[in-house]
Design a protein around this ligand. Sequence first.
Ligand SMILES: *Cc1c(COP(=O)(O)O)cnc(C)c1O
Length: 430
Amino acid sequence: MKYYSLNHNAPSVSFEEAVVKGLAPDRGLYFPETITPLPSSFFQNIENLTNEEIAFEAIKQFVGNDIPEKNLKEIIKETLCFDFPTVKVEENTYSLELYHGPTMAFKDVGARFMSRCLAYFNRNNTDQKNTVLVATSGDTGGAVASGFLGVDGVDVVILYPSGKVSDIQERQLTTLGQNIKAVEVDGVFDDCQDMVKKAFLDETLAYKNLTSANSINIARWLPQMFYFFFAYKQSKSLGKQMVFSCPSGNFGNICAGIMAKRLGLPIEHFVAATNVNDTVPQFLETGKYNPKPSKATISNAMDVGNPSNFIRIQELYNNDLTAFKKDFSSYSYTDEITSATLLEIYNNSGYIAEPHGVVGYLGLKKEMTRFPNAIGIFLETAHPIKFLDTVEPILKITLPIPSQIESVLNKEKVRVKIKTYEELKAFLNS
Ligand SMILES: *Cc1c(COP(=O)(O)O)cnc(C)c1O
């Protein structure tokens, strides 16, 4: 399988090269040259397959010969070491819980898959390590830290803004040690992001093998297709059409859902639900794509004003707005509505959601009036404990602390503090 750059100004590359590079030399995102639907026998038989078998069938064409079957199966096994249940919240409304992994957010799957691919590509490389450099506003850092912990041949440097991530999130990325280094930046998330971009373009940096671990990397993005297959496996016996709603920030998750549909998964409709960072809902309404600076909300993992994966979605629809709108809707919700709905869901059904999932729920409810015979599935992308400062006061409850979180709570935070790019550079070169 070859991947081309969506800026169309760089050579096509193998899966391996696309993963190692992250972004094409012309700064474009990589995209697969072909997408071949899976045979109908696969869908007929899906309930008899394990999650690992399903994942292998879904991803193998995208990896091609770059990783032998035996190793790819091993990578998938290590990636999918937890459950992905669909939980009934109301009649015909289900939550697809993606938060049962080690850091309790859905990014665990992509981070674990990518880290193990990189380790495989590095297997014979004893003198030169890969360095993953990543800026985080919260959830990405923890998932990347945990996913890459102890992976041979890969060093990880995580930049996070001082005082802007929660205590739990900070502990998840500063307490692991080994090959994981945390850098606390005196600034906001955009400052961290700018430093990462500068490092990628810096010819004078001694460290050459830099890659990113955001969803622009195909090895973080593509495994997210698995969730949609797992949900189908669990709901197929209901014999109903399926509508999915994804709480969206960089639009990597929902774009992976559209890929799953291209592979033949019978998904009737997609909803991309956003907070007030409404660049895509506005685009669907006006036809104009107008990126804006991000605004802070209670669903902070979706505070993105210029979603990086949207260009991949446009590629999937050949920039045809009419075809796109047939499959896809997008709606935006304020923090006020999100908070009120969090409480309403709890009062009506006892289900404890968190702000990102609630945004997904709201988008789903709106769309379902058009699909009375379907079931609706919203993606619950994080465990409520990760947003306890919002969830507990609204629901007036105390959440029990899961063991995954407990284990980092009493560990000492270790990080380097920096203020300027020069300091980051000195750190990377040391
Ligand atoms: C990253 C994240 C999202 C947004 O996912 P995208 O693929 O960037 O659209 C939603 N919810 C949570 C909890 C996240 O961490």
